[in-house]
Design a protein around this ligand. Structure first.
Ligand code: PXG
Ligand code: PLP
Length: 442
């Protein structure tokens, strides 16, 4: 063990923490110092069950030996290679491995270092694709209310979470938004995919009528909206979006940063819903969250549209210093090996009904106003404390951590997404702990 374990830093002020209540944290820090499989070790030595796979990313569980070894080996052999105009074998192997498990027709992969970068990359591919085909008037991008597409300017423009947008000026021009699909009055306590709301996809027709299809490049949605509190698409909704996009020559982008790599019990949400987008945005689970990596999948027609003109010219002016770097690529190959050996990309399907029953057993727990589930994702929505939105869920988060369980909260929603190696007893432990916590908080 590293001698850094259990040695608390004496000054927490320099690090400006992301998406964190910095002052609250620094008064009562919650430090994680080690992890293995389903558990973290906190700085006071307690074991904490990981109910969230880190931030929806550690799908194979923590410190898996194959992944650790691959990183160590690659770091010692080829640490870095220029990403532009040079190659190394590991990233080509990774691209082939990814295409093998991707939905039919998604034949090419562009690498990034995060979900946010994957989103920007996808939006740029969509715009440039129309332009290289002589349809340069297609410049509008359509997102959705309550969508989360990372934190860069393109992503917050098409995204629909007001706190992530309101501080940052006018954002991208020419963006419009579909309505979100959260209909608690009709769908509360639905098990799995909700019945009501497919017609909300028809709002895309309204937007097309308003702007004209010839001005619209792409629609981007999360197949299941994760970050905003697990909003599951109504039955038939995604197929309707697909049909409308196809009818009008608009590209459909699925942001599968959370849903990719087994979260719903299928390799991708596209497989779960039987709807194939034109571009698929991924990150997180592609490298088990261990090393930053993102991957944008595109259909052959899109890739091939760029492969024209003189062969010595760069076809797409985009890329990152670390696009497909050797260590991240090696980590991702080892991740895919682990997923394959342990059947993790479909394990969620085997556990889904147990998970669903366990979650819905909380229906009568205190403060609960809705429960949602799909694959190995769950959400428990709480009645907000009068006059103090988000406070009740935040208190639940703190109390759960004290009791040895890591959960995520967004607004007054508890979101759960354990590593895909979770056992039934650990599902029981998660649910029992949350029931206890809800019993004790105001
Ligand atoms: N798209 C989607 C659908 C995401 O969920 C991103 C893009 C951005 O990925 P990066 O790697 O740039 O963070 C995400 C990330 C949460 C939570 O608690 C969700 C995310 C990240 C951190 C926390 O819900 N989603
Ligand atoms: N800023 C400067 C000054 C740079 O030189 C570069 C890359 O060369 C970047 C930003 C972009 O960095 P990255 O490729 O890691 O996204």
């Amino acid at each position: 063990m590293s001698n850094r374990l259990n040695v608390a830093p004496n000054d927490l002020s320099a690090f400006w923490m992301p998406f964190t209540a910095n002052r609250q944290f620094k008064q009562t820090p919650r430090m994680l110092v080690a992890a293995k499989d389903m558990h973290y070790t906190a700085s006071d030595g307690r074991q904490v069950l990981d109910g969230t796979a880190g931030l929806w990313c550690v799908n194979a569980g923590h410190c898996r030996p194959k992944i650790t070894e691959a990183i160590q080996r690659q770091a010692a052999e080829l640490d870095y290679a220029p990403a532009f105009q040079m190659g190394h074998p590991v990233v080509f192997e990774l691209a082939n491995r990814l295409v093998d498990i991707a939905p039919e027709g998604m034949d090419h992969v562009f690498f990034t270092n995060s979900g946010s970068e994957s989103v920007e990359t996808a939006l740029k591919i969509a715009l440039a694709y129309h332009r290289v085909r002589g349809e340069g008037s297609r410049t509008r991008l359509i997102g959705r209310e309550r969508g989360y597409h990372g934190v860069n300017f393109g992503g917050i423009s098409v995204g629909g979470i007001v706190a992530n947008r309101k501080m940052f000026g006018t954002l991208l021009n020419g963006v419009d938004h579909l309505p979100h699909t959260h209909l608690p009055a009709k769908n509360a306590f639905t098990r799995g995919v909700p019945e009501h709301g497919a017609e909300l996809a028809d709002e895309l027709e309204r937007i097309v009528t308003l702007h004209d299809a010839s001005t619209i490049a792409a629609v981007i949605v999360e197949p299941m909206a994760g970050s905003t509190g697990v909003l599951i698409p109504p039955k038939g909704y995604l197929q309707r979006l697909r049909d409308i996009c196809t009818k009008h020559g608009i590209l459909l982008i699925f942001d599968e940063v959370i849903t990719g790599f087994g979260r719903l019990g299928t390799p991708f949400a596209a497989d779960y819903f039987g709807v194939t987008p034109d571009i698929m945005v991924t990150a997180k689970g592609v490298s088990n969250g261990v090393i930053p990596l993102g991957a944008v999948f595109v259909k052959k027609e899109i890739h091939d549209a760029f492969m024209t003109g003189p062969e010595h010219l760069i076809e797409f002016f985009h890329g990152y210093t670390y696009s497909g770097n050797p260590i991240a690529s090696a980590a991702a190959i080892a991740t895919l090996d682990t997923y394959k050996e342990e059947g993790l990309l479909t394990r969620g399907a085997e556990l889904a009904s147990y998970w669903e029953d366990a979650l819905h057993s909380l229906k009568d727990a205190r403060h609960v106003i809705d429960i949602r589930n799909i694959g190995l994702v769950g959400a428990i929505e709480l009645q907000p404390l009068e006059g103090h939105p988000t406070k009740r869920a935040f208190t639940a988060f703190i109390k759960a951590f004290e009791k040895g369980l890591l959960i995520r909260t967004t607004g007054d929603i508890i979101a759960l997404s354990p590593p895909l190696i979770v056992e039934k007893e650990q599902i029981d432990e998660i649910v029992d702990c949350i029931r206890d916590v809800l019993q004790t908080i105001d």
